[in-house]
Design a protein around this ligand. Sequence first.
Ligand SMILES: [Zn+2]
Length: 358
Amino acid sequence: MSFWDIPGMKAGVITGDLAWALLKHAKDKGYAIPGFNVTSTSSINAVLEAGKKLNRPVMIQFSEGGSAFFAGKALPNDKKQASILGAVAGAHYTRHVAPGYGIPVITHSDHCAKKLLPWYDGMLEADEAFFKQWGEPLFSSHMLDLSEENDAENIAICAKYFKRMAAINQILEMEIGVTGGVEDGVDNSGVAKDKLYSTPEDVWAVYQGLSPISEKYTIAASFGNVHGVYKPGNVVLRPDLLDGFQKYAAGKLNNGETKPYFFVFHGGSGSEKEDIDKAVSYGVVKMNVDTDTQWAYWEGILKFYKAKEGYLQGQLGNPEGEGKPNKSFYDPRKWIREAEVAMCKRVEESCADLKNKN
Ligand SMILES: [Zn+2]
């Protein structure tokens, strides 16, 4: 059964029961949907273009910093007002164009630590207003990252927000334990190694805290994953831990459900394909992709510049003659397009890694 056979499946942004049905389908069929961080309409288009080419669903996600960039670096952001504006504008933009690409799209906001909650509040207000008008939230889902707090506080704050989100049929992604590395200003590179691995009890506490509110939540548990690309060897990735978490919960629930959790893979950049395969088989339904597509976007421009260097030194004058015009080389549609093409290719690769292909 293709994801297109899910009742009600459609092109464009999907939310609520339909978005959740897609994640369930992914878990049942053994694939995951990559969530790509975007910072502009250009990077959104690159992700959608890959989805269109593959005829597969994709996730578009906005970090707090990426959202502020989306609205424009000149705007004040002391109260996260630019981040709110940018995320909301990006979600609306995606809603407008996604149907044109002919694929289902999930819109999402990335890591929100405690100090960034004003950003989250602003997005939720926009979701609630949208829900009043259209009967669904603006964003399909949001991520709360209270993993810097102790587990009890983390789960309690998630539960508080999740009640509000459940009322508008929205999905919550949360993080338990610590993902190593640096992500949007949160530096966990000095964290003790044992903190980089969640326990079955840690994850079960999340289930107990959130399941009574709604089934629509996903968990980024720690299994030695690290944000960003690092030299291998420092932390060992242990996807088998996810299998253990599922088995522990299945035993507790004893209702025939073998993989009760919906996991999210953070910090997957540079991971071995074999580890990604295992993680997906243990119930990972989404993997974040940022670092690798950032590099691809830049590399597209780098290669273009190197290939056309002689045509990019002034408005006039190139290897073909002193007065020859270079407009067709420095036109942003030329070199930004090169970035998009390279990013699109990398997005396709991530989709293939996660078996999000036909
Ligand atoms: Zn994370």
